[in-house]
Design a protein around this ligand. Structure first.
Ligand SMILES: [Zn+2]
Length: 149
């Protein structure tokens, strides 16, 4: 399911400002901005993460967190993207959260050192496992406590 979004989201790159082609590829980050290369005319350009165009990174993260059961307000706090914007993404991409989930994921936001300590402790992984995803300059660890009552 998540792979499907990533596919959909990847299609909405900002078009090339020179030839308006959307056949563009990511070409690294320059000065904190996503850099793209146009496959049609070979032009390089950058897009601000916080301008009118929000990098698809945030869209993907926002939709992921929404699917994990976080509220729009929690997502706003984590990503710094307005809850209204996140709610609009959910509508735009037709993302449907499962109803009646038997488990509620618990999550922590850790820096790299804290993440190492967390992983080093076998008890944190035993019998459920975790999903680690990058959020800004930190890491989000989601515990999959599927069978917790
Ligand atoms: Zn172009």
């Amino acid at each position: 399911m998540q792979i499907k979004y990533i596919f959909m989201v990847s299609k909405i790159h900002t078009p090339c400002p020179r030839c308006q082609s959307t056949q563009v590829i990511k070409a690294g980050i320059v000065a904190d901005r996503q850099r793209y290369k146009c496959k049609s005319c070979q032009y390089y350009y950058t897009v601000s993460k916080l301008g009118k165009t929000i990098d698809e990174y945030y869209i993907i993260k926002g939709l992921q967190l929404y699917l994990e059961g976080l509220s729009f307000r929690e997502i706003e706090r984590l990503l710094g993207v307005s809850h209204v914007t996140v709610s609009n993404w959910v509508k735009k991409f037709g993302v449907k959260k499962l109803e009646d989930l038997r488990y509620h994921p618990s999550y922590k936001i850790l820096n790299h050192n804290e993440l190492n300590e967390f992983i080093a402790d076998r008890n944190n992984l035993a019998s459920h496992g975790v999903l680690i995803t990058e959020v800004g300059d930190k890491y989000m660890v989601i515990k999959w406590e599927r069978f917790r009552e």
